[in-house]
Design a protein around this ligand. Structure first.
Ligand code: SF4
Ligand code: SF4
Length: 94
């Protein structure tokens, strides 16, 4: 599931540089998360980095984008390698 930023956001700017997928950007009024790029940090970190740093705890799961862990991993692979598959690259261990 992608995450989303609610209107409790105070535009503190700390989450945007933490996102490994460049999924966070300043919207018209508050920061926004692109669900097409958010992997819940799967593939990069054990926990969502934006959530970890948000001082007002305004980044819940986005119920409109339910995804399994495998789907999130496939999104990560596609974002990082351009390959549209759930398979890890053969040299992933290196
Ligand atoms: Fe970016 Fe991770 Fe937050 Fe998703 S959960 S917006 S990938 S920092
Ligand atoms: Fe908004 Fe939280 Fe991001 Fe700060 S860390 S810009 S309050 S979503």
């Amino acid at each position: 599931m992608a995450l989303m930023i609610t209107d409790e956001c105070i535009n503190c700017d700390v989450c945007e540089p933490e996102c490994p997928n460049e999924a966070i950007a300043q919207g018209e009024e508050i920061y926004e998360i692109d669900p097409g790029r958010c992997t819940e940090c799967v593939g990069h970190y054990d926990e969502p980095q934006c959530r970890k740093v948000c001082p007002v705890d305004c980044i819940p799961l986005n119920p409109a984008f339910a995804e399994t862990h495998a789907a999130l991993y496939a999104k990560y692979v596609q974002l990082t390698t351009g390959v549209q598959s759930g398979a890890a690259p053969e040299n992933a261990s290196g």
